[in-house]
Write a protein of this length. Structure first.
Ligand code: PPS
Length: 288
């Protein structure tokens, strides 16, 4: 399918038509944010689905009912997607939603509200690898071509939600103060329980040691992979072909090392370094 049939543009950002429309973007733009709303913000492939599992459990004291009975896209909907208008009224307060949008494109009521934000970032090299496989299995995305071709598109921002560097820079340079918590996918991989404790404190919640142990165990990759409400097995094969690649694919940090040649790594590092150099932002993976 031609790419104009697959995507629409929103402020220069490429969005897949299968879940975005003019109406859904109008809904997004005019959405009335409430003070107790909780947002998870991510660049695609940075740990969104993981957070759709984690945050409801932290907010409800470790009750597994929603994560075992409601698909992730309705449990913690994407605010910019077509399902938001259908499920938002069904969310219990505090409403939890995800968004891949840049900071300056958020609804106007967002910055004046007291809504909290958890921003999850991931090593862009692993984001690229994850996205490459996602493009192979998702029929609503264009063919990624070779890994090198896809890397060029990624670096040029000709991928979903634009450039990774624009996304992380937009969300680092906000005036949200203590309303925003920054977390990384790698931190979750390294010490999931510790990261959950950090998020609990940020959300102003408490949980018994035993409940936190159970939530940690439930959110491990090997267990989440078996949760049909979160592993995208409810999506028809012709839309997401898990025989090509699973949505919950590897769930590790550093898979990029299996995909980058030294030349590709040098090219990638150079572009990202240049675009980040005056931002003052550093990430744990910068030294790798
Ligand atoms: S999307 O399409 O933007 O919603 O994708 P997103 O959920 O942000 O990213 C998908 C990657 O996150 C991995 N994932 C996990 N890793 C470790 N542990 C858990 N529990 C987990 N859940 C999701 C998923 O496997 C994708 O990464 P890759 O590298 O492709 O495996």
């Amino acid at each position: 399918m031609a790419s104009e049939d697959l995507y629409l543009y929103f402020h220069g950002l490429l969005l897949p038509k299968i879940v975005h429309s003019e109406d859904s973007l109008n809904y997004f733009r005019t959405f009335r944010v409430q003070d107790d709303d909780v947002f998870v913000i991510s660049y695609p492939k940075s740990g969104t689905t993981w957070m759709q599992e984690i945050v409801p459990l932290l907010l409800n004291g470790g009750d597994f009912t929603p994560v075992e009975s409601i698909p992730n896209w309705d449990r913690v909907p994407w605010l910019e997607e077509t399902r938001a208008v259908l499920v938002m009224d069904k969310l219990r307060a505090p409403r939890t939603m995800v968004s891949h949008m840049l900071y300056h494109l958020m609804p106007s009521t967002f910055s004046s509200s007291k809504a909290k934000v958890i921003y999850i970032a991931r090593n862009p090299k692993d984001v690229l690898v994850s996205s490459f496989y996602f493009h192979q299995m998702a029929s609503f995305l264009d063919d990624p071509g070779t890994f090198e071709e896809f890397m060029d598109k990624f670096l040029a921002g000709q991928v979903l939600f634009g450039k990774w560097t624009d996304h992380v820079k937009s969300w680092r340079n906000t005036d949200l103060g203590d309303r925003i918590l920054y977390i990384t996918y790698e931190e979750l991989i390294q010490d999931l329980r510790g990261a959950l404790e950090r998020m609990l404190r940020f959300l102003g919640r408490q949980m018994s040691e035993e409940a936190l142990d159970r939530v940690t165990e439930h959110c491990l990759f090997k267990n989440m992979k078996n949760n049909n409400m979160s592993n995208y097995s409810l999506v028809p094969q012709e839309v997401m072909d898990s025989s090509k690649s699973a949505f919950l694919r590897k769930g590790i940090a550093g898979d990029w090392k299996n995909h980058f040649s030294p030349e590709l790594e040098a090219k990638f590092n150079e572009v990202i370094r240049k675009e980040m150099e005056e931002s003052g932002i550093s990430f744990p993976w910068d030294e790798e």
